[in-house]
Design a protein around this ligand. Structure first.
Ligand code: CP
Length: 309
């Protein structure tokens, strides 16, 4: 297969295993490119991309911008906090005004689940979902799987546990879809109050005991507690959460094997993960960030190839 099955990347739910394989093969090429002394290729000289961020971001925003610039695309950046959204302009009006400046692709982060799908019904440009509320974060899941593949050789057959605030996490949902598509075994672990009721219908097992989950897995993806999405208390205290669901060096050393530790960032050091784990050789957190640029270059390149047809 040489092209994606989709015009937009709205979620992992909408793509195929073959799409993921193509994205990873293309990312392998771009990873080699960005490690050369000259890191830029002219592939997208005729493409203009708008990065629309209606919610805060460090990694995703910078990673997309760098990926676009490495591909020689023209890039414009929009941050809702400093825009006319504050004066009451709607999402569709905002985007249509930006698109009238001859923009080909939109990368959008938005607090509302389904914002990308909604937009795709109203505009012609290709859309990449950079995180929509507690729904999906497809590029994060793809760079996560790419990083597992890089560290362990393949994703198929690996045991992966996603730990923490599953209920509010777009990273968890996209990772579950992506890992299952590639044939990994997936468990989720965290307080019962942070487990969505439908979770087992996604083909994952719930394990409430962190030690058992770590003993079972090859990879543990530690999630941040999403305090900004919580309107009530889901556990008694942060201290208690950390005691039950935080990883520290002592816990990892008590296992009878060495597992890979991941985290999408931003990290709450000392809450879901201690610094001695986050900064250890077992953690591939900065490899995930590095791979994010190559994976996003691949996604943008492949979607742009469809625009040019
Ligand atoms: N992983 C992630 O989405 O981080 P940011 O919120 O900083 O983009």
């Amino acid at each position: 297969m040489s092209e994606l099955s989709v015009k937009h990347l709205l979620g992992i739910k909408y793509i195929t295993k073959e799409d993921i394989e193509l994205i990873f093969k293309t990312a392998d090429h771009f990873k080699e490119v960005i490690n050369r002394p000259i890191k830029k290729v002219p592939s997208l000289r005729d493409i203009t991309i708008a990065n629309l961020f209606f919610e805060n971001s460090t990694r995703t925003k910078l990673s997309f911008e760098l990926a676009e610039k490495r591909l020689s695309a023209d890039v414009i950046n929009f941050s809702a906090a400093a825009s006319s959204v504050k004066k009451g302009e709607t999402l569709i009006d905002t985007v249509n005004n930006i698109l009238s400046m001859k923009v080909d692709m939109v990368v959008m982060r938005h607090p509302n689940p389904g914002a990308g799908v909604f937009l795709s019904k109203h505009i012609d440009a290709s859309i990449v979902n950079a995180g929509d509320g507690a729904h999906e974060h497809p590029t994060q899941a793809l760079l996560d799987s790419y990083s597992i593949r890089e560290r362990l050789g393949e994703v198929a057959g690996k045991n992966v546990v996603i730990v923490g605030d599953i209920l509010h996490s777009r990273v968890a949902l996209s990772n579950i879809y992506a890992l299952k598509l590639q044939g990994a075994n997936v468990k989720v672990c965290g307080p019962k109050t942070l487990m969505p009721k439908y979770i087992e219908s996604l083909g994952v097992e719930v394990e409430l005991d962190l030690r058992k989950a770590l003993q079972w897995c090859d990879v543990a993806n530690m999630l941040r507690v999403q305090n900004e999405r919580m309107d009530i208390s889901y556990f008694p205290s942060t201290r208690e959460y950390t005691q039950q669901y935080g990883v520290n060096k002592q816990l990892l050393e008590s296992l009878d094997k060495e597992i890979v530790i991941m985290h999408p960032g931003p990290i709450n050091r000392g809450v879901e993960i201690t610094s001695d784990v986050a900064d250890s050789g077992q953690a591939i957190i900065l490899n995930q960030v590095e791979n994010g640029v190559a994976v996003r270059m691949a996604i943008i390149y492949l979607l742009a190839s469809k625009i040019k047809q």
